[in-house]
Design a protein around this ligand. Sequence first.
Ligand SMILES: [Fe+2]
Length: 496
Amino acid sequence: MFGLARWRAVETQGIVRKTVERIIHTVVAKGMDKVATFNRRRLPALERPNPFLNGIHTPMSSEKTLYSLRVEGEIPASLNGRYLRIGPNPIGHTDPRSHHWFLGDGMTHGIKLEGGKAAWYRNRWVRSTAVSKALNEAPIPGPRRGTADNANTNIIGHAGRTYALVEAGAWPVELNDELETIAHNPFDGTLDVSFSAHPHLDRDTRELHTVCYDASVKHKVWHVVVDSAGKVIRQEAIPVEGGPTIHDCQITQKYVLVFDLPATVSMKKMLAGYPLPFEWNPSRPARVGLCPRAGSAADTIWCDVDPCYVFHTANAYETEDGEVIVDVVAHDSMYARSNMGPDSKRSCFERWTIDPTIKQVVRKVIHDQNQEFPRYDERLSGKAYRYAYSVGLPSEDYNELSIGATTLYKHDLAQSTTETHDFGINRYPGEFVFVARTDDAKEDEGWLVGFVVDLNDEHSELVILNAEKFTDHPTARIHIPHRIPPGFHGNWIPVI
Ligand SMILES: [Fe+2]
């Protein structure tokens, strides 16, 4: 009895502590938000139109549901499920001085494929409090973290549910199969800290692993694990300094990789009202942490790396002699020259070899053209692999726009070769995701699926490529009769 009473007392203390922390977080966040909002109205006018509100980025102004979609080629009959992609799409009037691409209201786009046909296309705003208000709708239920509730960066399926995700603040938002917002849902109340837009699924354990930072917390990030039932089972704090912005991570069999690089949250910029308060901070060290997937973050092995910034990783794995390999798109710097970044000059695909014994990272360029959004056959997460697929970026300084190349790359990491699929003049691909032909298909045996925006006549296509015949004409092109603004991440969610 004593044991049970004591356990209940400890549990009650934990609930009280969490409640107090949430109240403090809300009060502090609201106070900072007030100062930032005041100063945002005093930002200087831009010297040119905001690139993220014009041209290819011009937001959509309505939600559509389309059933009769023109198809060229043949949709593989075994592709049964939904291709979903999310990106920013600010609703209503947006002040160009204070709008940043990364912060726009989240909008999902989805196409359902079944039986060799495109059943529908839908686009829906994710209902943040602001979006519900703008649409004259009642607020969507569910807890918020302070004032943050705009999920606009990734959309995933996990444990039979669909979630819109963002980093650094807002909690996941649950959507139904037709992209309507159900609830703001921190994994049924099991998530206490912030989340990330880039969880990685271990196919053996069915657990999601991610590294999360909170824009208002400078001295720690968290390794968060969501189990196969969709409940958080680990929130391990990892000590860091100076508020690094960690966009992505990767897993191996033993480790989760922590990219502690010199792009940091700037409280000064935040309070001054800048829309994205990040800065390049070359005076701080650059390092990759090998944090044990289970056990204490105090055992993290920190390995020095030449300064650079990584938004996105391809795969990672351990070699037989104990080194860790991770492939990344490495930017020479980030947020160094502009308040409207991304603003690097180079973003090459690199292989990093991490030696935990000497605590050093060796960087080697795999492909020296600018690119982003690397994906791979994610059945192999944490294991040796051969192929990665990425999106080309303009070769010159692509300051603030990040759009302008018409190419997709396929990297053969065993042969050290790269193939290029060019979609043609004024046709701009976004991220393409690999979908295996069958569960037991070999690596690369499947399709690459993603959106292409065609500015020749302002329409979009969902393009399906045969990954093994990468440079061939697409297997299928599903026409969408409007321009879908460039977004961030998409995933294939099969019918199970
Ligand atoms: Fe991302």
